[in-house]
Ligand binder design. Structure first.
Ligand SMILES: Cc1ncc(C[n+]2csc(CCOP(=O)(O)OP(=O)(O)O)c2C)c(N)n1
Ligand SMILES: [Mg+2]
Length: 382
């Protein structure tokens, strides 16, 4: 029996037998980035206040973490300065029971979801494993390999649905990450299985020094959704209210069992790729300045001021809170972490392999030998 003779197998059919999809989801992506700020739209003042507090603290967090790399307290920090609207909105649209799958640039999203600001930097400090317990806040490890966390997000969402758990997984990836095979595999599986997954692509213009024009020939990254048969949304990634609205709709859609959505948020990385990168080698200051005029914090501040929702005292309060957070973060990061080398073997496999058990025993013996040598030395000194 050939594959085509199998019952239920996919068969390309000639045009007359072709049935148009009845799925009501819009299958063509938005032609222009969706915006709410500056449009006079009806906006919830309480939501604006919450978003503003998060944005101001987020900007300060980025600045503080970058400073910690200069003081040798962090190995590396991929800053999300300029991208705070995406980070904050991605965290706030999720319920506690949902899961966030961030990339290395998305520490801020983990913090906005409620993770301790110092703990969120564990991986980037070089602590063991991911530095935090992913289950505590339902935040998967910050993924350094591009897009490898996207199939994980799909798998988790699919499993949750099979188990009847009301869980949505939101995964974050960069424009460069959309060229990875994992991106394709994740979107295809998610679409075919209709998993409750939301993919947020932060198109910040660059994959390190590679500009978007060299990354893709697609009219937009949101257009990639068409090929998978899922909705593709295009949003102004610096308009925090718009990102919050578009992602909320995608999360609600996923929760209703209507499947995944691909959201492209157009934004800009104002800082270098990381503290180890010199962005002046591949982009003009003039370009950066143009984007500074479209800064997510300033955009919201302008809107709230115009609506009479923010005055100088309100701004000062938000900045004071941000300073307090930064001071606490500095104090925590200046403490040397106490790490148990034996913990390296935890969480690798549910059950340790024979090889891992052997390595663990060898390390334990070395550590014990070191300890008794130190005890002996102390005894001699006494
Ligand atoms: C699988 C894989 N290939 C290459 C790299 C090296 N790398 C690290 S960051 C990066 C650029 C990614 O750009 P983008 O996806 O746009 O994310 P951004 O850094 O702009 O947030 C590359 C190529 C990697 N981390 N993983
Ligand atoms: Mg990028």
């Amino acid at each position: 029996m050939t594959v085509l003779e199998q019952p239920g197998a996919y068969r390309p059919a000639p045009p007359p037998a072709w049935q148009p999809r009845t799925d009501p989801a819009p299958l063509l992506p938005d032609p222009e980035p969706y915006r709410l700020l500056g449009t006079g739209a009806d906006l919830d003042p309480e939501l604006l206040g919450t978003l503003y507090g998060h944005l101001v603290r987020g900007r300060r967090y980025n600045r503080q973490a970058t400073a910690l790399t200069k003081q040798g307290r962090l190995a590396v920090y991929p800053s999300s300065t300029g991208q705070e609207a995406c980070e904050v909105a991605a965290a706030l649209v999720l319920e506690e029971r949902d899961w966030l799958f961030p990339s290395y640039r998305d520490t801020l999203a983990a913090v906005a979801r409620g993770m301790d600001p110092a703990e969120a930097l564990g991986l980037l400090r070089g602590d063991w494993h991911t530095g935090y317990d992913p289950h505590e806040h339902r935040v998967a490890p910050l993924s350094t390999p591009l897009a490898t966390h996207l199939p994980h997000a799909v798998g988790l969402a699919h499993a949750a649905r099979l188990k009847g758990d009301d869980v949505v997984a939101l995964a974050m990836v960069g424009d460069g990450g959309t060229s990875e095979g994992d991106f394709h595999e994740a979107l295809n599986f998610a679409a075919v299985w209709r998993t409750p997954t939301v993919f947020l692509v932060q198109n910040n213009g660059f994959a390190i020094s590679v500009p978007l024009a060299k990354q893709t020939a697609a009219p937009s990254l949101a257009h990639k959704a068409v090929g998978y048969g899922i909705p593709g949304r295009l949003v102004d990634g610096n308009d925090v209210v718009a990102v919050h609205r578009v992602l909320s709709e995608a999360v609600e859609r996923a929760r209703r069992g209507e499947g995944p959505t691909l959201v492209e948020a157009v934004t800009y990385r104002l800082d270098a790729h990381t503290n180890a990168d010199d962005a002046t080698r591949y982009r003009d200051d003039a370009e950066v300045e143009t984007w500074r005029e479209h800064d997510p914090v300033a955009l919201l501040e302008r809107e709230m001021t115009a609506r009479g929702l923010l005055d100088e005292a309100g701004k000062a309060r938000a900045h004071e809170e941000a300073e307090e957070m930064a001071a606490r973060l500095r104090a925590r990061m200046n403490e040397d972490p106490v790490l148990d080398p034996m913990a390296l073997f935890d969480h690798v496999y549910a059950e340790k392999t024979a090889q891992l058990r052997e390595q663990a025993e060898r390390l334990r013996a070395e550590l014990e030998a070191e300890e008794s040598a130190e005890d002996g030395q102390e005894g001699d000194e006494r």
